[in-house]
Design a protein around this ligand. Structure first.
Ligand code: ZN
Length: 225
């Protein structure tokens, strides 16, 4: 079945599946680990709706690169149109929060960056945005100070907190809306904390949001050769 936005209680939302707008380098420690400067303005890029897949389905390894990296991120589900809005107008338009993997072919991205080319082949391919079910905003009151973690085969790889974001979700969505109108069903990825690293076929993943929400995932077995 094609991807649909879901809430954690299993309710399917009536929202369509739209685009994904992402921000790079929104945690200083992650910018540093990749040797990047912390930008003065958010670094934005997009993934198409076809990048979205259900986190619970086996995650496929893309074949057009060798180094698939995990980036665990807080995902914001947009519930109402946001076009050139101020930060104060963003809150009521948020329909939910979840966790996503901004899957990145790091070797492909490095080649594209060196050549001064766009990143889409490294970050926007089919299946590059596995997404959890969403929590309603009222059920995640501490979203601004919320643990964001990723375990791979039970080892803690990423151990961050949303409080370390450089640009917080309301300001980020307002900034995005100056350039890209956010529509109901769009998703915003808010950047990854430090600890990104390689994923391999067959690995078991566990994504954590706050102290209680846990979302298991699994890398598909590598193709036999
Ligand atoms: Zn990312």
């Amino acid at each position: 079945m094609a991807y649909r936005h879901l809430f954690v209680d299993g309710e399917v939302t009536s929202l369509p599946v739209g685009k994904v707008v992402c921000v790079g380098r929104n945690y200083a420690a992650h910018a540093r680990e990749l040797g990047n400067a912390v930008p003065a303005e958010p670094v934005l890029f997009m993934k198409p709706a076809t990048a979205l897949v259900d986190l619970e389905k086996p995650l496929q390894l893309p074949t057009h690169g060798a180094e698939l990296h995990h980036e665990v991120e807080l995902a914001v589900l947009v519930g109402a149109r946001l076009e050139r809005v101020e930060e104060a107008e963003v809150g009521p338009a948020i329909a939910g929060y979840g966790v996503a993997l901004d899957l990145t072919l790091r070797d492909v991205q490095a080649r594209l960056k060196d050549a001064g080319h766009p990143w889409e082949l490294a970050k926007a391919f089919d299946g590059s945005c596995p997404l959890s079910a969403f929590v309603r905003p009222a059920d995640l009151p501490d979203v601004a100070d919320c643990a964001l973690r990723l375990w791979v085969d039970k080892k803690l790889r990423q151990d961050g907190s949303t409080r370390d974001m450089i640009v917080k979700p309301p300001a980020l969505l307002a900034y995005i809306s100056k350039f890209f109108t956010l529509e109901p069903g769009d998703v915003v990825l808010t950047g990854t904390p430090a600890g990104v690293g390689l994923l391999r076929g067959g690995e078991a993943l566990l994504l954590g949001l706050g102290e209680t929400l846990r979302f298991p995932a699994r890398m598909a077995a590598p193709a036999a050769d």
